[in-house]
Ligand binder design. Structure first.
Ligand code: KG4
Ligand code: ZN
Length: 351
């Protein structure tokens, strides 16, 4: 019997133990999740410092990093959870979106584990994984809720209608918010990864530089975003000020940009929750680790009696636990892959 013939009718466990494997960018992450909500182990080995001197992720270096780190991350996760491979009920892996070469390391590795143990292989969308991190943060959280998806590749206000149906209420028309943080970091001479460094610098500055209000007169989707204009305005401000021979206050630039980038995200999410009657707003994706975003959202939501779910910062940025959490949902639906599973550079938000 072929591998897939064997697993396609495998019984679904009530409280499965799922291994989540994530290699879409520069984090090699392996976690073990029980019953979709409990983190038994969570290992992250990052190659970020190797990319720093290039100013951004170098795909080839990321892939090589995964190849050398993935077995260690897996062994450490099993050791930490006090389990063996035989105890794992399914292997969930990010199939996309992300860097193809990087994804292929995780996908191939997960295939070999699934094949050798005879357990299901569960393909997971990276974006859905980010959203599922909220189920780990708040074990009582159930849809419906709104999530602010804010990462290096995506920016959207999404209504999570049930565990499987996502409704995109608005999204970026050009750059993602994390991408804007990274570009602004670069023009301010800050190292990769830019977001946390912009946040750090912003603490010493003030919101005193006039930057364009995003999509003020845009007559398209009420919940859409555009970050390319904001990014260009910051770059122009820095270059024009320097060319006049004036010194820029970098901390003020960082602070003013952070306000402009975050305020619109939070206010649109709160407006969407009010308009459509959602009682909870969660955050997902790397920019969700931003302290100013977290405080501002807590404040704004409180005024309207809206509950906020903030995954720990470690679970906003890329991790294996979120892939295990979403893997659990897909496992329950028997969304198993055969061994022809391939990496995908792009996946639809609708999955
Ligand atoms: O979700 P993520 O780890 O990877 C993607 O799926 O893209 O997000 C990475 C993005 C980067 O652009 C990074 O600069 C940004 O999240 N980021 C932050 C912070 N931490 C990470 N942006 C603002 N403030 C932070 N503290
Ligand atoms: Zn991510």
């Amino acid at each position: 019997m072929s591998y897939f013939d064997k697993i396609k009718n495998a019984p679904i466990k009530d409280e499965p133990i799922i291994m989540g494997i994530e290699t879409s960018c520069d984090e090699t992450a392996v976690a073990i999740i029980k019953n979709g909500r409990e983190i038994l182990a969570d290992e992250i080995i990052s190659s970020a410092t190797e990319h720093a001197r290039f100013g951004g992720v170098v795909p080839e270096i990321a892939s090589r990093g995964h190849t050398t780190a993935i077995l260690t991350a897996t062994e450490n996760a099993l050791k930490h959870a006090n389990l063996t491979l035989e105890d794992i009920d399914a292997f969930a892996v990010t199939e996309g979106a992300g860097l193809l070469g990087a994804l292929l390391v995780g996908v191939s590795f997960a295939k070999s584990l699934a094949f050798s143990t005879g357990k299901p292989l569960v393909p997971v969308s990276h974006i859905r994984g980010h959203i599922a991190a909220s189920y780990l943060a708040d074990k009582t959280l159930e849809p419906p809720f709104i999530t602010i998806l804010a990462s290096g590749g995506h920016t959207a206000i999404i209504a999570v209608e049930d565990y499987y149906n996502l409704k995109v209420l608005g999204s970026t028309l050009d750059d993602a918010v994390g991408e804007a943080f990274d570009k602004v970091a670069r023009v301010l001479g800050l190292n990769y990864p830019g977001g946390p460094n912009v946040e750090r610098l912003a603490k010493d500055g003030e919101n005193n530089i006039k930057l364009p209000k995003m999509l003020k007169n845009y007559d398209g989707g009420e919940y859409d975003f555009s970050y390319s204009g904001l990014k260009t305005a910051v770059i122009n401000y820095v270059h024009n000020t320097e060319s006049r021979g004036e010194t820029i206050n970098r901390a003020d630039v960082a602070n003013s940009f952070q306000h402009a980038a975050v305020d619109v995200l939070v206010s649109k999410a709160v407006n969407a929750a009010k308009q459509f009657g959602y009682k909870t707003i969660a955050v997902s994706g790397g920019v969700g680790a931003n302290g100013y975003l977290r405080e501002f959202l807590l404040d704004a939501a409180k005024k309207h009696g809206i509950k906020v779910v903030l995954p720990e910062k470690r679970y906003c940025t890329d991790n294996g636990a979120m892939i295990g959490a979403e893997g659990y949902l897909q496992y329950k639906k028997r969304n198993f892959a055969d061994l022809s599973l391939n990496a995908k550079a792009v996946v639809s938000l609708q999955g």
